[in-house]
Design a protein around this ligand. Structure first.
Ligand SMILES: [Zn+2]
Ligand SMILES: [Zn+2]
Length: 417
């Protein structure tokens, strides 16, 4: 069931608009310019807080993209589904990205998160391209829907030619100190592919905030992944499945296992731990309750006499998580191995003592992160709804995490009174 259309929305630039339904949704997936028409009275009309009509052409691009995401989320604009692989296990899912966008913070005006709501620094120069090909310095400026029109028409038409009109529409203020659009256009026509890719990534980051990269949960392994919403963007990123190719500089399985053994011997002795099994898992990594693939995990096992078959406590290290983290950004693998083993052994010692504050802290952190995305008011609404309806039904329909999120949110609110 599609969500209902919110009456009022807070937008990333601080603008607040009222939404008024005026017509039926078009029966097809709208283009970028088609979405402008949808906001200009074809499907909804926008008004400012004084009740005056807002021309969608005057919107900042960031605000426009949020509006079309929320309209799509509410079922008033259609969206193509996209097939995306899970970062952790490569299982492919077909998803409609805007269905996953959390509208709560836009509806409730809770857009103060230091990371999720950070504005793009338009006043700064940004480096693009690869070091060996020569880096380029780019400065962008905020662009309105009207200004971006040549770009949107080119994309809707399926033909992108870098002209000075396009340079202006892309919001490129300067390229390596050059500020004249025709000259910037000529340079861009000769730019190498990787510099072009990093330029379009920069534009994407400038005009789509982090809240338009919602999470989805893999049904296969439980991992939480991000994807881009809406699926129609000026410069969409390609979703690449992670492969199992060796990564330069990262230890192979044998070298990894012997590093694990070396550090384990030292750490077990140092912490006085015995009788804990240690394994390196080479398959798909388990995830924490928040869906983040784990580097390591601790399982206390089953004690004799508990009624279950006894099993010794176990610490597990996940080779693939170490590897994909290295592929994202190289780090000191030996040190991370040692820290992970020590971290899990401390969970073991805490378990033996009967209280694991670190485990509680980790769970709170997961709920807090979730709450920042969903929004505080929306977390409360969901908790209230859950309490009012049958709880087991609620648990079946949504993630068990919601209860935890709500509990933490309520605790935070009570503490701040
Ligand atoms: Zn998965
Ligand atoms: Zn831990």
């Amino acid at each position: 069931m599609p969500a209902t259309l919110p009456r009022k929305l807070h937008l990333p630039t601080g603008r607040v608009v009222d939404l008024e339904r005026t017509g039926d949704p078009p029966g097809h997936v709208p283009t970028l310019r088609g979405s402008v028409h949808a906001l200009a009275g074809q499907v909804v009309r926008l008004r400012n807080e004084a009740g005056e009509l807002v021309d969608p052409e005057s919107l900042a691009l960031e605000d426009f993209h949020v509006l079309r995401s929320i309209l799509t989320h509410a079922g008033l604009l259609a969206e193509q589904s996209v097939e995306v692989p899970c970062d952790n296990c490569n299982e492919v899912r077909a998803l409609r990205p805007c269905e996953l966008v959390e509208p709560g913070p836009f509806i409730d005006g809770e857009l103060g998160d230091p990371e999720l709501d950070e504005r793009f620094p338009f006043d700064k120069e940004h480096e693009i391209g690869e070091a060996q090909l020569g880096k380029l310095k780019v400065k962008l400026r905020p662009v309105t829907v009207a200004e971006a029109r040549p770009l949107h028409e080119a994309i809707d038409g399926g033909r992108l030619r870098v002209t000075s009109a396009l340079v202006r529409a892309m919001g490129i203020e300067s390229l390596d100190g050059e500020t004249l659009a025709p000259r910037i256009a000529r340079r861009l026509q000769r730019i190498d592919d990787s510099s072009w890719d990093s330029l379009t990534d920069l534009l994407d980051a400038a005009y789509y905030g982090p809240r338009l990269r919602p999470w989805w949960r893999c049904q296969e392994c439980g991992a939480r992944n991000e994807l881009e919403a809406p699926s129609l963007r000026e410069f969409p990123a390609l979703a690449l499945p992670r492969d199992d190719q060796p990564i330069a500089g990262f230890p192979d399985v044998d070298a990894f296992e012997s590093a694990v053994r070396k550090h384990a011997d030292a750490l077990f002795a140092q912490l006085g731990v015995r009788n804990v099994a240690l394994t390196v898992e080479l398959g798909v990594a388990e995830c924490d309750d928040g869906g983040v693939p784990l580097l390591g995990s601790y399982d206390p096992g089953e004690q004799e006499g508990s009624g279950m078959p006894s099993a010794s406590p176990e610490v597990r290290l996940y080779y693939r998580t170490f590897r994909s983290m290295y592929a994202d950004e190289p780090y000191d693998v030996e040190r991370e191995i040692a820290e992970t083993i020590e971290h899990e052994l401390r969970h073991h010692l805490a378990f033996l003592s009967g209280w694991d504050p670190e485990d509680e802290r980790e769970h709170e952190e997961i709920s807090r992160e979730q709450g920042r995305r969903v929004g505080q008011s929306e977390s409360l609404r969901r908790a209230t709804r859950a309490a009012g309806s049958d709880v087991s039904e609620f648990l079946r329909r949504t993630w068990p995490l919601w209860l935890l999120v709500a509990a933490v949110t309520i605790a935070v609110i009570l503490a701040s009174r």
